[in-house]
Design a protein around this ligand. Structure first.
Ligand SMILES: *Cc1c(COP(=O)(O)O)cnc(C)c1O
Length: 397
């Protein structure tokens, strides 16, 4: 299949079966191999699988799928995005140093600041939108530059090829969390990144049902090192969740495209609303890094953030909006509204949060598959109520 399939939309459908139906039965889906162990034919010769922590055919179908979608050499499926990310960091050794996006995902921030430090692996947070700042922060023991682009929740854009260039000049690896874009819109390995990471809990599975993580290594050697760590830690994805994720990946393109189209309309609507102080969305022409993003990604994604004047107005909006669920997470078929201050970024001290623009009025929206007109009408009525809150607050003062 891969020899004549070029478009990712076709790969999304057929990569898991490698373009073929299952040989024994003609099943069009990858079977769920619920087997912890595998019989070996002879004393001397072992088959391709021995024990499911080390390898399982259903998991392998998923791992091969994500490797093909990301143009990498080796894919690995983990029990969560954080399992993939933390295992990737275990490629480092005591005494090493990492550069990390300053607005990195809260769980990654927690791992870097509270776990890596115990292992004597040091870090510096840098503004990854500033290539000079990255160059200046590199130390002799820097081994990895860790990027998230667009970042969470302010959608800051990092120039992937610019960072790869700095990494190569300094003998570092580059890791990139591609959760927001997915390989449909952004394939960082094609820009020279060494390791791509995913919370597959989000857009890849797409239905707010499973927790899953994926990693893709650019080359076999790095893939082999990571596979060793995956087996050593044992934080593999269970086969039933592997199956669910394979099915989710098949519908990624129509889901993400519809949600992204709606996100752009909502971003313009919010931008024009007088109560909204700021909208963060890479698809907006004036968004910082818009041109860099368009150079390295083919879509703007379905996540945007917007700032209300304060906590009271943000709360009034959340209390009165009817369609989105109010929850952590993103990337589901339902729109998900979240409050980064106490949700995704609760692990970050308030001073660090404010520095990153995560103010008390900031809300993040992951646009689902509801009709965009319904979402905008819903926001409109909730913002009217939130506006009255501002007036009450100011007249009380
Ligand atoms: C959710 C998320 C993670 C963590 O993934 P889990 O599957 O929740 O462990 C990492 N990075 C980003 C950008 C995320 O949104």
């Amino acid at each position: 299949m891969s020899s004549f399939t070029t478009d990712i939309e076709t790969k999304l459908i057929h990569a898991s079966t490698n373009g073929k139906v299952e040989r024994k039965t003609g099943a069009v889906n990858v079977p769920i191999y619920l087997s912890s162990t595998f019989h070996q034919d002879s004393f001397e010769e072992f088959g391709p699988y021995d024990y499911s922590r080390s390898g399982n055919p259903t998991r392998q179908a998923l791992e091969d799928t994500i490797a093909e979608l990301e143009s990498g050499a080796r894919g690995l499926a983990f029990s969560s995005g954080m399992a993939a990310i933390s295992t990737a960091f275990m490629l480092l050794s005591a005494g090493d140093h990492v550069l990390v996006s300053e607005d990195v995902y809260g769980g990654t921030f927690r791992f870097v600041t509270q776990v890596l430090t115990k292992l004597n692996i040091d870090h510096t947070f840098v503004n990854m939108t500033d290539l000079q700042a990255i160059t200046d922060a590199v130390q002799p023991n820097t081994k990895v530059i860790y990027i998230e682009t667009p970042s969470n929740p302010c959608l800051n854009i990092t120039d992937i090829e610019g960072v790869v260039r700095i990494a190569k000049e300094n003998n570092c690896l580059t890791f990139l969390d591609n959760t927001f874009m997915t390989p449909l819109y952004q394939r960082p390995i094609e820009n020279g990144v060494d390791l791509v990471l995913h919370s597959a809990t989000k857009f890849l599975s797409g239905h707010s049902d499973i927790i899953a993580g994926l990693a893709v290594a650019k080359d076999e050697e790095l893939g082999e090192k990571l596979a060793f760590l995956q087996n050593a830690f044992g934080s593999i994805l269970g086969v039933q969740d592997c199956f669910t994720l394979i099915q989710g990946i098949k519908t990624l393109s129509p889901r993400l495209k519809q949600s992204s189209d709606a996100a752009l309309q909502i971003a313009y609507y919010l931008h024009d609303h007088e109560l909204i102080e700021k909208v963060y969305y890479p698809g907006l022409r004036y968004h910082p890094g818009h041109d860099i993003h368009n150079k390295q990604a083919s879509g703007s994604g379905a996540v945007l953030s917007f700032r209300l004047p304060n906590k009271e107005t943000a709360k009034a909006f959340v209390d009165n909006v009817k369609i989105p669920v109010f929850a952590v997470s993103l990337g589901g078929v339902e729109s998900i509204l979240s409050y980064p201050t106490t949700m995704s970024h609760a692990a970050m001290p308030s001073k660090e949060r404010e520095l990153r623009g995560i103010t008390d009025g900031l809300l993040r929206l992951s646009v689902g598959l509801e009709h965009v007109n319904d979402l905008i009408s819903d926001f409109d009525q909730a913002l009217k109520i939130a506006s009255q809150k501002v007036n009450i607050v100011s007249s009380a003062n």
